[in-house]
Write a protein that binds this ligand. Structure first.
Ligand code: T4K
Length: 372
């Protein structure tokens, strides 16, 4: 039995001296929050790194989603998927909008674009697809549908930091993309998030800037009911440090993903994340779908076996958001059968830059030892 526990992820952190160096500026300026120098610098650096026209920083990915929906003045129904973190659905409901759940596709677990149009009604105002695990949605088809029906598109890009499609930053698609910089993400600012949008959505940018600061337009005018969702300088400083190392971190993740892929290749009953065409991925998660009939062991049996070995894989995303107690049985999960099936079969294995390759190999061995 190995002493140290292995969790599904472990935050990336810069050398402490690097962070202290950033903190010195904060101490000297005594500017701690409210769009200070670190905030502005991180914003600019991220615009370059992500190759998007505009980035605005927020306290977390959830507020990025919630305030984006408010800023775009969505009404009525919003089409989304339930195979995601609570945040996506909660952001919709907290805006007094009705989530309409679309199933996911069997290949990459993103929204099934063939099923979107059937769900559109005269009340639909937007589509909120999720680039789940960093797998990108069919952004072209989604835009076609949105244009045809005059809908907004807000991507939940919490998992998709740095992902590129056909050489373009993935956050340049749709009206808005929302990122999470939570501690557990590929790139973190401890807690944090951002909205990415283009020049043609400049008004959205003005609204978000106001909404994250209580809706204050100027000292005498508060003309929107905003929240407080400003990223503070300590978080922005962490982001500046982590951004210097993020390419290296993604490379190390890739190594871990390769170890798992090699170990599991051709194993009956295991389905791995697809390698998407024209996509530079970030290996943010390593989901495995366990088909109990063919693999001979259930997802939960594998999870238990790993836990016996002090390895704590997670069931992202189980349960589906449309089954949450908070919704009192309001949604019919039989309308999202693929999502329901995969939520019962998926296990995301530990993956992070600091995971030693030999530990990844050991994890793979334990998984394979469950096969009957
Ligand atoms: N949309 C999607 C699709 C998302 O996945 C998320 C967040 C959001 C929106 C919202 O973005 P944020 O508002 O969070 O920025 C974790 C994260 O808290 C959450 O950010 C993330 N998705 C979700 C997928 O995972 P939990 O409930 O699993 O967190 P927890 O505390 O169990 O931590 C996960 C693992 O990481 C544990 O094994 C412990 C380890 N850990 C955690 C922290 C906080 C560490 O080693 N160090 C740490 O500092 O939600």
């Amino acid at each position: 039995m190995h002493e140290e526990e292995i969790l599904v992820t472990r935050p990336s952190m810069p050398p402490i001296e690097e962070y202290i160096e950033e903190l010195r500026d904060i101490w000297e300026s005594r500017w701690l929050t409210n769009m200070g120098a670190k905030h502005r610098e991180l914003q600019q650096r991220l615009e370059k790194y992500l190759t998007v026209q505009h980035v605005d920083l927020l306290t977390n990915g959830h507020m990025a989603l919630e305030l984006s929906m408010q800023a775009l003045r969505l009404t009525g129904e919003v089409i989304t998927t339930p195979f995601t973190f609570a945040s996506t659905t909660h952001a919709i409901v907290r805006n007094n909008l009705t989530p309409v759940f679309c199933d996911i596709n069997e290949n990459d677990y993103t929204i099934d674009v063939d099923k979107i149009e059937n769900l559109i009604t005269e009340r639909t105002s937007a589509i909120v697809p999720v680039h789940v695990y960093g797998n990108i949605c069919d952004v072209e088809r989604i835009q076609e549908i949105a244009d045809k029906h005059n809908l907004k598109v807000i991507y939940d890009a919490a998992h998709a930091f740095g992902v590129r499609y056909k050489g373009k930053g993935i956050c340049s698609f749709g009206d808005v993309s929302c990122l999470s910089f939570h501690a557990t993400k590929v790139f973190n600012t401890i807690e944090g998030g951002a909205v990415c949008f283009s020049e043609r959505n400049k008004d959205f940018g003005l609204d978000i800037y106001r909404l994250k600061n209580f809706g204050i337009r100027n000292e005498e005018c508060v003309d929107a009911v905003g929240a407080n969702a400003k990223m503070n300088e300590f978080c922005a400083a962490m982001g500046l440090c982590n951004l210097r190392h993020v390419d290296e971190e993604i490379k190390k993740r890739k190594k871990i993903a390769d170890i798992y892929r090699k170990a599991f290749e051709g194993t009956e009953g295991l389905k791995l994340n697809p390698i998407q065409k024209d996509v530079e991925t970030n290996d943010s998660y390593f989901p495995v779908i366990f088909n109990e009939g063919r693999f001979g062991a259930s997802r939960d049996a594998v999870r238990a076996k790993l836990a016996e070995n002090n390895i704590f894989a997670r069931r992202y995303f189980y349960p589906l958001t449309n089954t949450f107690e908070a919704f009192h049985g309001k949604y019919d999960t039989s309308k999202t059968p693929v999502a329901l099936k995969y939520s019962r079969e998926v296990l995301t294995l530990p993956i992070y830059a600091g995971l030693p390759p030999k530990e990844a190999a050991r994890i793979a061995d334990i998984v394979l030892s469950c096969k009957k």
